[in-house]
Design a protein around this ligand. Structure first.
Ligand code: CA
Length: 485
């Protein structure tokens, strides 16, 4: 028996790197999370608008509530953006999910139903807030900084009460979105700090247990993002979580990400996390609106370490989680995947000519009516230079965990697999190692049997990152040794 244990231990040590498979399942290694509550989160803010546009979601058993599908696959936290008033004076939505407080209530309630907490991401704007734009809401136009401080506090408090009363389990609140260069129309640090603290004080008043996060971008500008943490310290901003976006095509290496997060966490005693990340599983588009990552755009660079495949997408997620987990003392809090379900409202793939045009026209009509694209034409009054010009559909349908028909991709399994103990060799998942496991591998290799993600990982008995005939052979040898004593 000791021989068996040492053999198993030896192959486990070898099992550190993992290769791609084009099978039904994906391979992913377990991460030893230092923080037992590590967040494996997902932002699906556009989901209500998508469902109104007729989009449905499916797992292996058929159509299902997407919140249940995510929870079943190991997602434990949902993130939702909140805009103050993303509608024009006629009540037409700006798009991007038309994410007002009502949407956050519905999303938070449905997340809680399946045991998932909610991160409420306040933009303090009527539409997208990012490093390039931090426009105050229409209703706050012309407000002095003192009035904005009051408005941020009361809006935050009242919104959270509403979302909580709807049944959401609010675990974290983001005071501002990608506030790298400003927030709510303010870009002086003194004013920014006052607005951060106004949001934080509303959260504290409601519930001391809810974490307050401040969210920046561009960790690749190492000294710059560290200086943002120093500003938060110098201006005595009250917060718990230092969050950054991390898109591998823009934001540097994973080692650098860990270093930046570690700096903040060690120096200021804060949690650190990735509030947004994503990775393309294909370079193809399915809705007629160009994707952020496509041929010739964001598709190359030294930090794109994974192929644009379903397996590559899973590998990227696992690697980003690992980089956050590498933050010292368990202060790496977690990772949120950005808009992992923003799929097409009408599949244009394989279509051309009149057929393509017809599908695209129908998509445009859905995006305008329900706000299921990144922006609708109605946003032009508020954001004339960007949304007003480029409004349209999803730029991330190729970064979702669902195919163009709404079926969950095997890459979604990664959220579960990073926490899953799998008995090595137990390919048929009966909890024991026996000869049937070797048989299953042999059948898989001659394509007589499909394996899911869990079984694929178990099947890699010798831990070389592949499933091969050697795995079956080593299982047989191991069992023979057990029998001969
Ligand atoms: Ca698209």
């Amino acid at each position: 028996m000791r021989k068996i244990i040492s053999l198993i231990a030896a192959v486990c040590i070898l099992a550190l790197s993992v290769q791609s498979f084009s099978a039904r399942g994906i391979m992913s290694r377990k991460i030893d999370f230092k923080n037992p509550d590590f967040i494996k989160g997902m932002d699906i803010s556009s989901i209500v608008a998508l469902e109104k546009s007729g989009v449905k979601f499916y797992d292996d058993n058929g159509e299902e509530d997407i919140f249940k599908i995510l929870a079943d696959h190991g997602v434990n936290y949902i993130r939702v953006r909140v805009w103050n008033d993303p509608f024009d004076s006629d009540g037409n939505g700006y798009g991007g999910g038309n994410n007002d407080i009502g949407k956050a209530c519905e999303i938070g309630r449905r997340a809680a139903k399946y045991g998932m907490k909610l991160l409420v991401d306040f933009h303090y704007s009527d539409f997208w807030a990012d490093p390039g734009k931090q426009k105050a809401p229409k209703a706050w136009e012309g407000f002095s900084i003192d009035k904005k401080v009051e408005a941020v506090k009361s809006f935050t408090y009242n919104s959270l009460i509403e979302i909580k009363n709807a049944g959401a389990d609010i675990g974290m609140v983001q005071v501002g979105n990608e506030t790298t260069l400003g927030i709510c129309g303010e870009n002086e640090w003194e004013n920014m700090a006052r607005l951060f603290n106004a949001g934080a004080s509303a959260v504290r008043e409601l519930d001391e247990k809810i974490l307050v996060a401040i969210h920046f971008t561009n960790p690749e500008k190492t000294d710059f993002i560290k200086s943002l943490a120093d500003f938060l310290g110098d201006y005595k901003v009250d917060y718990d979580v230092f969050a950054t976006s991390y898109y591998p095509y823009w934001h540097g290496s994973l080692d650098n990400l860990t270093e930046v997060l570690n700096y903040v966490s060690v120096k200021y005693g804060k949690y650190a996390m990735v509030a947004e990340t994503s990775y393309a599983n294909t370079l193809d588009d399915t809705d007629g609106h160009d994707n952020t990552v496509r041929v010739g755009s964001n598709d190359s660079g030294e930090n794109l370490l994974w192929e644009f495949s379903v397996q590559g997408q899973a590998d990227a997620v696992s690697a980003v989680m690992n980089a956050v987990n590498n933050v010292e003392d368990g202060r790496g809090l977690g990772v949120f995947y950005w808009e992992g379900a923003w799929i097409t409202v009408g599949d244009t793939s394989g279509k051309d000519g009149g057929e393509f045009d017809e599908t695209l026209e129908n998509n445009k009509s859905l995006w305008e009516s329900f706000g299921s694209g990144w922006a609708a034409s109605y946003a032009s009054e508020y954001d004339p230079d960007d949304a007003g010009k480029w409004y349209g559909g999803s730029a991330v349908d190729n970064q979702a965990f669902f195919d163009s028909k709404g079926k969950a991709l095997p890459s979604l399994d990664v959220f579960k697999m990073v926490s899953e103990d799998v008995l090595r060799g137990d390919t048929n998942a009966d909890g024991r190692l026996n000869i049937r496991d070797a048989t299953v591998i042999e059948k898989y290799l001659v394509k007589l049997k499909d394996l899911d993600s869990r079984s694929l990982r178990a099947a890699d008995f010798n831990g070389d990152g592949r499933v091969s005939v050697e795995d079956a052979t080593v299982i047989q040898k191991t069992l023979a040794e057990v029998v001969s004593g």
